[in-house]
Design a protein around this ligand. Structure first.
Ligand code: CO8
Length: 258
């Protein structure tokens, strides 16, 4: 499949996807979401890839769902067309970690897309927000659900009800992003984090992603039980034997992803 709205490249063991609709500040339309889903699945199935980075331009990660596309939608267009569900949720099926590298605007669906990634590294220029209320609608791809879990009910209400934007520093203080870096260091730092992850045991990386995500879906006692079963299962892997042996022999581990 050739892509028109995204750029795709690999850097060693890291797959990099760049949203690329510069004239519309990477507004998210069906073509882009289809292409993004396809590229993510290709990287997920590629044994040579250990981590995925999703980024945008310097000015915008993504300024939201494409308003021009939605403007004349009827209820039936959205309902029967299965809007959002049909191609916005691919990212949730990806088993390898996906890091969002956010510079500039991450608004509406752009903020929601960043939140669907496993963690967010932000440039000092990043601005996050859910301004849908100004358009007479509400967040439609998890904003009302993921934002309160990430930054508290109070801040989520503030952002969704006033449509104000949150800068990178506030986003880091609130726990939405894991780190804030200088704009010129955004890709360097994100790729370094991705490369670190890609050198770990891939099955263990996937188990950690799965287990941390379980914390959002279950009770504490069931989550801890789930973690315990995952932890036990690592003892069936070659990589656990290698990791602990390498530590005792004071050398770097050579994981085989098995
Ligand atoms: N959709 C379509 N086009 C857009 C969008 C968008 N979300 N955002 C920007 N553009 C276009 C502009 O129309 C403009 O195009 P043109 O040059 O042809 O006039 C171009 O991008 C540049 O934008 P601006 O001239 O406005 O640039 P500024 O630097 O002046 O402003 C802003 C930048 C502040 C980001 C401004 O563009 C803006 O407010 N954009 C809209 C932000 C927004 O409201 N986002 C939420 C959209 S709704 C949404 O995401 C719902 C999600 C629901 C779930 C998913 C369902 C699919």
């Amino acid at each position: 499949m050739s892509y028109e709205t995204i750029l795709v490249e690999t850097k060693d063991k890291v797959g990099v996807i760049t949203l690329n609709r510069p004239k519309a500040l990477n507004a998210l339309n069906d073509q882009l979401m289809d292409e993004l889903g396809h590229a993510l699945q290709q990287f997920d199935q590629d044994d040579a890839i250990g981590c995925i980075v999703l980024t945008g331009s310097e000015k915008a990660f993504a300024a939201g769902a494409d308003i021009a596309l939605m403007a004349n939608y009827t209820y039936m267009d959205a309902f029967k067309g299965n809007y959002v569900t049909k191609n916005w949720e691919h990212i949730r099926q990806i088993r390898k970690p996906v890091i969002a590298a956010v510079s500039g605007y991450a608004l509406g669906g752009g903020c929601e897309l960043a939140m669907m990634c496993d963690f967010i590294i932000a440039s000092e220029t990043a601005k996050f927000g859910q301004p849908e209320i100004k358009l007479g609608t509400i967040p439609g791809c998890g904003g009302t659900q993921r934002l309160p879990r990430a930054i508290s009910k109070s801040k989520a209400m503030d952002l969704c009800l006033t449509a104000r934007m949150m800068d990178a520093q506030e986003a880091e203080r609130s726990g939405l992003v894991s780190r804030v870096v200088a704009p010129e260091k955004l890709m360097e730092e994100t790729l370094a984090a991705a490369a670190t992850i890609a050198c770990m045991s891939l099955p263990v990386v996937m188990m950690i992603k799965d287990t941390v995500n379980r914390a959002y879906e279950t009770t504490l006692s069931e989550g801890v039980q789930y973690e315990r079963r995952m932890f036990y299962s690592t003892f069936a892997s070659d990589d656990q034997k290698e990791g602990m042996k390498a530590f005792l022999e004071k050398r770097p581990p050579q994981f085989k992803n098995s």
